[in-house]
Design a protein around this ligand. Structure first.
Ligand code: AMP
Length: 286
């Protein structure tokens, strides 16, 4: 596996690559969720590039950025083990050279749920860095996790709006056996917090069960979900359209249930997409 630090070097490797090129953008501290993205890329692509860049622009809290787990040596060993061809790990200066002043913003979609909690800069930071990575690596396919459902919706919109010549491949959320979604931030949870963290996936299961049991009122589904969070007060627990992130009032067709909560000092997010047979003619979804 080649470890590449500069955009120029990455570009030189890209010129030599033949066949399908897959890019897996990450912020490192790999876990089985990242591995699943890398495996999917390895299965399909001739050349697999994993980017490792802890993007300061998408952090809304300096303390969160400082505390973000970093272990490039271990990450590199795991990526090599999974057959990754290139680990592209640029410095902050390489991505944001002095004078950098451009931002890519997806209006509307970026302003609700995660955008509202983390501030308007969060998704602009994500879109700007992903745009740069897509330009430098020029992949045919870029891999993202459904775990970050709003990121997926924002990036899909950006790629569509700007005619970015890339296919987005979305990989299902990888979970611990007890349901906790894997996250680099889980390492910060002490044993008590680790137990309380289960309230997020438990709430999502409760929402799924309520819908499977015939509940179609979104507020009632949300109430059923909150009821099993055992005292954890979510920052949001919302039923929205998975593409527009508009709130829904009636469950009909595809619905995203998204939740975010602070467990101690650690902020966690999770989501599930529920499919119901769409009512002919559609139900009101305002
Ligand atoms: P991160 O390093 O946290 O920015 O994540 C890099 C990529 O891995 C993003 O596309 C995430 O959505 C994805 N990812 C993170 N956690 C999971 C998970 N538990 N299952 C699947 N994909 C994940």
């Amino acid at each position: 596996m080649n470890v590449v630090r500069s955009n120029a070097e990455m570009g030189a490797h890209r010129l030599l690559a033949t066949g399908t090129v897959g890019l897996v953008p990450t912020m490192g501290a790999f876990h089985a969720g990242h591995h699943a993205l890398m495996r999917a890329a390895r299965e399909r692509c001739d050349t697999v590039v994993v980017s490792l860049f802890v993007n300061p622009a998408q952090f809304d809290e300096a303390a969160d950025l400082d505390a973000y787990p970093r272990d490039e040596e271990r990450d590199a060993a795991e990526a090599a083990e999974l057959g990754v061809d290139i680990l592209y790990a640029p410095s902050v200066d390489e991505i944001y050279p002095p004078g950098f002043s451009t931002s890519v913003r997806v209006d509307g979609l970026s302003d609700v749920l995660e955008g509202a909690e983390r501030g308007p800069g969060h998704f602009a930071g994500v879109c700007t860095v992903v745009t740069k990575l897509l330009h430098v690596v020029a992949p045919d396919v870029a891999y993202f996790g459904q775990k970050d459902a709003q990121q997926v919706a924002v990036l899909r919109r950006m790629v569509r709006d700007l005619d970015v010549p890339v296919e987005l491949a979305i990989i299902p959320t990888v979970r611990e056996p007890d349901g906790l979604a894997l996250s680099s931030r889980n390492v910060h949870l002490d044993p008590g917090e680790r137990r309380r963290a289960l309230s997020l996936s438990r709430a999502l299961r409760a929402a799924e069960e309520a819908i499977a049991g015939g509940e179609r009122d979104a507020a009632a589904v949300a109430t059923a979900a909150r009821a099993v969070m055992n005292g954890v007060d979510p920052e949001y627990l919302a039923l929205v359209d998975p593409d527009s992130f508009e709130p829904i009032t009636t469950v009909d067709g595809r619905v995203l249930v998204a939740v975010a909560a602070r467990i101690g000092a650690t902020r966690l997010i999770d989501n599930t997409i529920v499919h119901t047979a769409a009512t002919p003619g559609g139900a009101p979804t305002t």
